[in-house]
Design a protein around this ligand. Sequence first.
Ligand SMILES: Nc1ncnc2c1ncn2[C@@H]1O[C@H](COP(=O)(O)OP(=O)(O)OP(=O)(O)O)[C@@H](O)[C@H]1O
Ligand SMILES: [Mg+2]
Length: 298
Amino acid sequence: MTAVQISPEAEIRLAEAAKNGNQPIVVNNANSKGGVGKTTQTEELAHRLAEQGKWVLVMDLDGQCNLTKNLDAMPTSPKQPTMHAVLTEPGMDAMRAVVQYTGTTSRPVRYANGGGLFLIPGAKTITKAPGEFFGTRARQPIHDFKLTIHHVITSWLMGFDFILLDSSPDPDSEVNDAALLATHEVLVPVSVESMSIDGVMEFLAILRASNASRPSFKLTGQAHLKALVPSKVMPDQVERAGEVIATLAQHNIPHFGDLYVPYTTAGWKAPDDRVPIALYRPDDAAALVYQQIAAKLL
Ligand SMILES: Nc1ncnc2c1ncn2[C@@H]1O[C@H](COP(=O)(O)OP(=O)(O)OP(=O)(O)O)[C@@H](O)[C@H]1O
Ligand SMILES: [Mg+2]
């Protein structure tokens, strides 16, 4: 068990921060291509930001629940609220669904500088949430599913410094649409092996359409494309990663200079533990790149 219920002290601290006008930065880890490193990026960045003393909440928006499984935070009781409960009852105090990541028995996590890592666990049934919400929308605080995540964050979760969203690869997911409307910064991991500029343009079109719909929802600001990040770059793909970065530059698509995430042969997950790689191999080349990216979010 690596996630425990949030302590009353933590709840008080979060409520105080919210009362004092704290505004979380919402970072969406998104790409409708599967297996490119969204979940890995989410957990590594969350861990690194918590190391920097930040209060970080991660929302698992994918029915595969990989993030929740990776952090060993799958609910142990069917009564435990998950993202499914949060999205179908956005009027519910979402803090009830938040658990705190504490590492594992053999690798307990104690973040220096007062940081903390929290999670709202995913649910297999999350894909059913939009339909269920529709059936009960008359008694919900907002009547459009697309606004659920924004509503939940601004109503209950303002005390966090960062909220990291792990989107699913489903291009038609209404949960992803809701995530984009709650997003400040978008980080897109891309596979250099299959990156096509058409695929990137398609994602940028989704982002533009989402931003264009914001005024009608009376939301302020826009989701800003922070960067595309070549990820899982094998040693024999380094040259290709350079070409991808050059293509991004040519099209004025944001990226982090020469930065890419190398493929790590170290074995991504600790063999006996479910922890971010940065925790058990802090010097791993990929883990260090995520540390650099986390620094760019601060
Ligand atoms: N830099 C890396 N080096 C080696 N393996 C990696 C790296 N990044 C991710 N992986 C592995 O690749 C697989 C896919 O990564 P991940 O789950 O993060 O992608 P994803 O985009 O979230 O996938 P999905 O679209 O299914 O949600 C996982 O097994 C993960 O451990
Ligand atoms: Mg994933």
